[in-house]
Write a protein that binds this ligand. Structure first.
Ligand SMILES: [Fe+2]
Length: 390
């Protein structure tokens, strides 16, 4: 028998309470009361305000007489200054709780402001693993996309403007007290946003599922997310008002968040990051583009898991060898991408082959994500994967 030491325990992070369902946005007032009440700071971005997504939340707060201030200064991949300024505003307004409403950037900014409400300094003082000393303000998170899963993770991504670098805070104190997931808040998303955010969620589940850090908990959540997204993402992209599809996609994004929050990501995210930085493509789109190519490279490292994933995506893998079954997973992902109108060819995005050295360099800066990846990678492997994607 092979003895592997040290034995790593399986750890699972999640909010204390997850409220999920149609029309649950209005329950925010009751959740705030349960957290002790007081004036709240709503953290969001100008797009959410303009699209009137806050309407059911503001109505519930007003009818319950809960005072609130609005901080709508969040920008994509929030610069640290946006979070630091939000924390100053929180103090100036005499708030006691933070409610984040929006996509991943707004939820991450809300996490940062909550942390700074109970800890000195700026958010960049707390990047890295478990560097936040104590819990900050009570935190409620309400996603308006079905993608990042940030509402249930302990991760927040912040841009360090001085270094032009993305930094990450991993802390149990970034986990929400309550996540409220109302699929109706996602109905206004146009098809391309639905596709990009849905594929981000899919990649979270798929990468975690084959990760060397996968746990009994992450497997369970990842499987349920994978089958739901494969089944419902095309319908949600085809018809934005398909409530049944929205319902399942919101559930899937949260399940994927619960999975990767405990299991971790891999080479898809590593190879996707430089595309986002160089060509200002959305995070979800870059992940979608790289997914089938990284998956094909990875097959031998996690054949049985990829075979199972193919079955979860509706493929009949009975009687096939483990590698042949795993290969079906790549075909199923390509079919899914075609169904939602997302190209997995870099040439379709105007990315020239001559840029490959720059991209390889960028991906190698994310080498920490290669550690849990089911197949080892060096610079030459990364270049070959990008060439496949051209
Ligand atoms: Fe992601």
């Amino acid at each position: 028998m092979i003895k592997i030491e040290p034995i790593q325990p399986d750890v699972f992070y999640s909010p204390c309470k997850i409220v999920f369902g149609l029309n649950t946005a209005g329950s925010v007032a009751e959740e705030i009361r349960q957290l002790g009440g007081g004036k709240i700071l709503i953290v969001t971005d100008p797009g959410i305000v303009k699209a009137q997504v806050l309407a059911p939340i503001e109505t519930a707060l007003r009818s319950d007489g809960i005072p609130y201030a609005l901080y709508d200064g969040v920008q994509p991949e929030p610069p640290s200054e946006v979070i630091d300024r939000g924390a100053e505003f929180y103090r100036a307004e005499g708030c006691r709780l933070v409610v984040g409403v929006g996509g991943g950037s707004s939820l991450d900014a809300a996490k940062g402001i909550s942390i700074l409400a109970g800890n000195p300094g700026g958010i960049l003082d707390y990047t890295g693993l478990d560097r936040v000393p104590r819990r900050g303000a009570p935190l409620v998170l309400m996603p308006t996309t079905a993608g990042t899963g940030s509402e249930v993770t302990r991760v927040l991504v912040v841009t360090d403007e001085r270094e032009n670098l993305k930094s990450v805070v991993f802390s149990r104190f970034a986990v929400a007290d309550t996540a409220i997931i109302d699929p109706l808040l996602t109905v206004g998303m146009p098809p391309h946003v639905t596709a990009d955010t849905g594929m981000d969620a899919f990649v979270h589940a798929a990468e975690t599922y084959v990760s060397m850090n996968a746990t009994v908990f992450s497997d369970l959540h990842a499987e349920r997310a994978i089958e739901r997204i494969a089944r419902w993402l095309p319908a949600a992209c085809a018809k934005s008002s398909n409530i049944e599809a929205r319902y399942h996609l919101s559930a899937a994004a949260t399940l994927a968040g619960l999975a990767f929050g405990s299991g971790g990501l891999g080479a898809v995210h590593a190879l996707a990051y430089p595309l986002g930085t160089e060509y200002h493509m959305t995070h979800g789109r870059t992940n979608a583009l790289m997914l089938p190519h990284v998956m094909r490279y990875n097959l031998a490292g996690a054949a049985s898991k990829y075979g199972r994933m193919a079955a979860l995506m509706g493929r009949d893998v009975a009687g096939r060898s483990p590698l042949a079954a795993a290969g079906q997973c790549v075909e199923a992902v390509k079919e899914l991408l075609q169904a939602i109108g997302v190209s997995f060819r870099m040439s379709d995005y105007g990315i020239p082959r001559t840029d490959l050295p720059k991209l390889v360099q960028g991906a190698m800066k994310q080498a920490r994500l290669f550690v849990p990846n089911p197949r080892d990678l060096c610079g030459d492997d990364v270049r070959l994967i990008y060439e496949e994607a051209c």
